[in-house]
Design a protein around this ligand. Structure first.
Ligand code: ZN
Length: 294
């Protein structure tokens, strides 16, 4: 079983507009190719023609056994701030299984006191708060706000909330390892460590950083989760990266899906249905590939 805990359904290719339905089809095909059973889709810090609002995502894929939704918060980006009352309803109703903060892109620090109301909702419903940490995919973002050390501030102030430092704080891997080592309520995903597919030298560089983090923090299976940041990163390349991380077979299972399943409270029957759907689709694909009359 594999859960990709970090994918997007935004259109990043301005030259080639696509519909949300087309991007969902692409996502399922990418998941099939990489043998990924379930993916967690994160909505953006803004909503526009290229970045679907959480309600649009819920209408398109809500309740699908192979996909879960995490709501990206709009806090400072413009006047269309996230309505926390509506977000709380979506969480209460199980439409949304986590919250995503985009400090750096949406210019605020996560230890800003105004976010207390967000963390209270997360604690009340026991849904994780994912935080973009590290390098930003935009020249307009301010990367200081996205430093992983700030995750320590909120992890200490809100011990009832579980936080996910996305992207291992890249390039502040050591700081991220310290925050993970120190705080039991902090997790991390390994997504977005490359754009497209890993190039050989860069993959070696990143792998060494991940190795160092694991040595420092220990218990990688308890806190690390598999994720890609698809479509910004390619799924098959990322699966190969996961396979190369030197951990015990048990820890690999935890990283590949078990830790995410627990954290986002994804029920086993749903995940089993997701896996059955994937296997059926790949069987159909093999059948479809058989030449006529064979
Ligand atoms: Zn992302």
């Amino acid at each position: 079983m594999i859960i990709d805990c970090h994918v997007h359904l935004n259109n990043y290719d301005k030259a080639h507009p696509s519909t949300l339905r087309e991007r969902v089809d692409k996502l399922f095909n990418a998941m099939d190719e990489a043998k990924v059973d379930h993916a967690i889709v994160l909505s953006s810090y803004t909503a526009n023609a290229d970045r679907p609002h959480i309600e649009e995502l819920a209408a398109e894929v809500g309740g699908h056994p192979r996909l879960s939704l995490v709501e990206g918060i709009r806090w400072r980006y413009d006047e269309q701030r996230t309505d926390l009352f509506q977000m709380e309803e979506r969480i209460r109703d199980g439409v949304v299984k986590g919250i995503k903060l985009y400090p750096g892109y949406d210019l605020y620090a996560i230890n800003d006191p105004s976010l207390e109301s967000v963390f209270r909702i997360a604690a009340k419903y026991d849904v994780p708060v994912m935080i973009h940490t590290g390098d930003t995919y935009s020249a307009h973002a301010k990367v200081r706000y996205a430093h992983p050390l700030l995750v320590d501030d909120v992890a200490v102030d809100y011990p009832d909330v579980r936080f996910v430092a996305c992207h291992l704080g890249n390039p502040w891997f050591q700081d991220c390892a310290e925050v993970l080592y120190k705080n039991d309520n902090v997790y991390a995903d390994i997504s977005g460590l490359t754009l497209g597919d890993f190039e050989y030298e860069f993959e070696r560089y990143i792998m060494q950083r991940v190795r160092d983090m694991i040595v420092y923090m220990g218990e990688p299976g308890r806190q690390l989760m598999y994720g890609t940041d698809w479509p910004l990163a390619g799924m098959p390349s990322y699966i190969r990266f996961l396979e190369q991380i030197e951990v015990t077979p048990e820890d690999r299972e935890h990283i590949a899906w078990e830790t995410a399943a627990k954290l986002f409270r994804l029920e086993m029957p749903m995940l089993e249905e997701a896996q059955a759907m994937r296997l059926m689709r790949s069987a159909q694909r093999v059948e479809g590939a058989t030449p006529q009359g064979a």
